[in-house]
Design a protein around this ligand. Structure first.
Ligand code: HEC
Length: 107
């Protein structure tokens, strides 16, 4: 089970980084911010200073500083009361928002 998980997450990184290489990383950051504020509605539940959101229904992202893989898992599958977004957001949108959050949460 653990091995399977590692393999599929490796595949994810390959997909993620190959899409980043083909598209300008700044564009993905900007797209991810849009998803955070709009389609993904993340700002309705999470504090993230770069996005100007200050809501604490979910954990403060500047405090937990999640890595890309943790964000993708949470957004795809949902966690606790956070709804799963697979099927609501495209893979591209999920990758973009994960990229955006992982970078901007560090600030
Ligand atoms: C309806 C409110 C809500 C929305 C919308 C929401 N979240 Fe969450 N999120 C939560 C809650 C609540 C938790 C904590 C769940 C738990 O640990 O039980 C959480 C947890 C997380 C975590 C931590 C996961 C972990 O492994 O601990 C990340 C990262 C995250 N959310 C990112 C996002 C992103 C990115 C979006 C937008 C695509 C989003 N959330 C939308 C409420 C929300």
């Amino acid at each position: 089970m653990k091995k399977l998980f590692l393999n599929s997450s490796k595949a994810f990184f390959i997909i993620l980084f190959s899409s980043i290489i083909h598209v300008n990383a700044d564009e993905i950051f900007i797209k991810g911010k849009e998803v955070f504020l709009e389609a993904g509605n993340c700002a309705a539940c999470h504090t993230l200073s770069d996005a100007g959101s200050n809501v604490n229904i979910g954990p403060n992202l500047n405090e937990i500083r999640p890595d890309i893989q943790r964000i993708i898992m949470a957004v795809r599958n949902g966690i606790g009361v956070m709804p799963a977004m697979e099927g609501i957001l495209s893979d591209e949108e999920i990758e973009a928002v994960a990229y955006y959050v992982s970078l901007s949460a560090e600030q």
